[in-house]
Design a binder for this molecule. Structure first.
Ligand SMILES: CNc1nccc(N2CC[C@H](NC(=O)Nc3ccc(CN4CCOCC4)c(C(F)(F)F)c3)C2)n1
Length: 412
C-alpha cells in the first residue's frame, strides 16, 4: 500500500461514493442469514440512482471472501430478464464491508404459495389469471436456460429463491431467479425461523440421484427442482414434503425419509425406468432400506396428481410435469426442450407479467426489527445456547427464548 502516495489515496477516499450516503436503509432489514443481511432501500435525494426501491445486500464478514468473490464475479457476467441483476458493488474501505445493490423484488414464490395455501384454508379464493402457473414456469425455464447455457448451475432452486417484481416496479410481475443463500441455523440459534430464511434447510427439492450419493451437480438436478416447484404452484403444497426428523447436520447425502416420500408419490424406480440406478454410491443403502420396492408398486405421479388434485394424466400440464420429474436424470428434458413443450404453445399463452394485470394480493415484505437482534443476543448470553443439533431442539429453545422475552417485557 506504500506505493499509493498518501494524498492520492485521500483524494480517492474523498471521491468514493459511500453506500450510507447514497441509500437510506436504517431499520429496513427484510432478510438475514449466514450470507449476510438484505435491506429494502430508497436512494437518498442526493444519490444519482433512479427512483424506485433497491435491495442492498450487506455480505457477511469483511474483506473479499471466496463466496463474495464468486457472487460478484458471477453476477457481473450474468444479464438476463429472468435472473436477478447486480446494479452496483460498494466496498466500504473503513469497515472492509461489501454491499451489493439490486433492483428490489417485493415477492417470492415461497411467500406467494404460503399466501395461497392459507387463503385456501380459510376458504377465501385468491383470484389469479388462468395462465399464472404457466407464466411463472416459462420465466423460470427461460432464466435457467440462460444460466445453463453459460454453464452456471443453480443447485438450490426452491420457491424462496424465485423472486417476483412487485406492482411499483417497471418490471411488474416478472420472475427473477436469485440465490438468497442458506441461513445456517447454528449461526443464529434464536432468530425466529421465519425471519432467518423462509424455508430452512430442506431436501424437498433434491433430485433422487443426489439423495443416492451422486457426486456432481448437473443441469438435470436443476430441472428436477423446477418440476417440484411446478407441482407446488399447482397444488400449493410441497410435492415431496418430508418432516425434518433426523439431525439436519447429517453429512451423508442419503436421506431415507426423503427418498421414502419420493417413492410414495412416484412409485419405486424399476431397472427399465432408471438403468444407471445400481451404479449410484448409495444403491446398497437403498436396497437395504427398500428391498425391491414392491410396496410402492401401485404408486405413480399420475395417480397422486389425479387422486389428490383431480389433474388429468393426459393434460399437457401433467405431461410436462412428469417429464421434469423423471427419476432417471438422463430422461429429464433440458431447459430448452421444456420450453418447447406443447404446454407453452397452447392457449392461454404465458405472459410477461405473471399477474397479467390482476391486482397483486400479497402484502409487502415485513421489516425485521433490530430490537429482536439485541433481545436475542441478551437471551443468547444468559442462556449460552448449545449448538443446535436438530431442528426440534432449535424450536424448543426458540420457544423458551420467546417466553423469556415476554417475561422481560412484562418486567420492564
Ligand atoms: C428481498 N428482495 C430482493 N430483491 C432483489 C434482490 C434480492 N437479493 C437478495 C440477495 C440476492 N442475491 C443473489 O441472488 N445472489 C446470487 C448469487 C449467485 C447466483 C448464481 N449462483 C447460484 C449458486 O450456484 C452458482 C451460481 C445468483 C443467481 F444467478 F442464481 F441468481 C444470485 C438478491 N432481494
Amino acid at each position: 500500500r506504500a506505493w499509493m502516495d498518501a494524498d492520492f489515496r485521500r483524494q480517492l477516499s474523498a471521491r468514493r461514493e459511500r453506500v450510507e450516503d447514497a441509500f437510506e436503509f436504517e431499520g429496513r432489514k427484510v432478510g438475514r442469514g449466514s450470507y449476510g443481511q438484505v435491506f429494502k432501500t430508497k436512494p437518498r435525494s442526493c444519490a444519482d440512482a433512479p427512483a424506485g426501491d433497491y435491495a442492498l445486500k450487506q455480505i457477511e464478514g469483511s474483506g473479499l471472501s471466496m463466496s463474495a468473490c464468486r457472487e460478484i464475479a458471477l453476477l457481473r457476467e450474468l444479464k438476463h430478464p429472468n435472473v436477478i441483476s447486480l446494479k452496483q458493488v460498494y466496498l466500504a474501505h473503513e469497515t472492509r464491508q461489501i454491499w451489493l445493490l439490486f433492483d428490489y423484488a417485493e415477492h417470492d414464490l415461497w411467500r406467494m404459495i404460503n399466501f395461497h395455501a392459507s387463503a385456501k384454508k380459510c376458504n377465501s379464493q385468491v383470484s389469479l389469471p388462468p395462465n399464472f402457473t404457466k407464466s411463472i414456469m416459462h420465466q423460470i425455464l427461460c432464466g435457467i436456460h440462460y444460466l445453463h447455457s453459460n454453464w452456471v448451475l443453480h443447485r438450490d432452486l426452491k420457491p424462496a429463491n424465485i423472486l417476483v417484481m412487485g406492482a411499483t416496479s417497471p418490471e411488474r410481475g416478472r420472475v427473477k431467479i436469485a440465490d438468497l443463500g442458506l441461513a445456517r441455523l447454528f449461526h443464529q440459534p434464536l432468530t425466529p425461523l421465519t425471519e432467518i430464511d423462509p424455508v430452512v434447510v430442506t431436501f424437498w427439492y433434491r433430485a433422487p440421484e443426489l439423495l443416492l450419493g451422486a457426486r456432481h451437480y448437473t443441469k438435470a438436478i436443476d430441472l428436477w427442482a423446477i418440476g417440484c416447484i411446478m407441482a407446488e404452484l399447482i397444488t400449493d403444497k410441497p410435492l415431496f414434503y418430508c418432516k425434518q426428523e433426523e439431525d439436519i447436520k447429517t453429512s451423508s447425502p442419503y436421506n431415507r425419509d426423503q427418498l421414502e416420500r419420493i417413492f410414495s408419490v412416484m412409485g419405486f424406480p424399476s431397472q427399465q425406468d432408471w438403468r444407471d440406478l445400481p451404479h449410484l454410491p448409495k444403491y446398497g443403502d437403498l436396497v437395504r432400506n427398500f428391498g425391491t420396492g414392491q410396496q410402492y408398486a401401485r404408486f405413480s405421479l399420475g395417480r397422486h396428481m389425479s387422486r389428490s388434485f383431480g389433474m388429468s394424466e393426459t393434460s399437457p400440464e401433467f405431461r410436462l410435469l412428469s417429464r421434469l420429474l423423471a427419476m432417471d436424470p438422463l430422461r429429464r428434458p433440458s431447459a430448452r426442450e421444456a420450453l418447447e413443450d406443447r404446454y407453452f404453445l397452447e392457449e392461454p399463452r404465458p405472459a410477461a407479467d405473471v399477474f397479467n394485470g390482476f391486482d397483486i394480493p400479497y402484502g409487502k415484505r415485513d421489516f425485521i426489527s433490530d430490537s429482536s437482534d439485541n433481545k436475542d443476543d441478551l437471551a443468547r448470553q444468559q442462556q449460552s445456547q448449545p449448538v443446535h443439533a436438530s431442528l426440534q431442539q432449535y424450536q424448543q429453545s426458540h420457544q423458551q427464548a420467546l417466553l423469556l422475552q415476554q417475561q422481560q417485557q412484562q418486567l420492564s
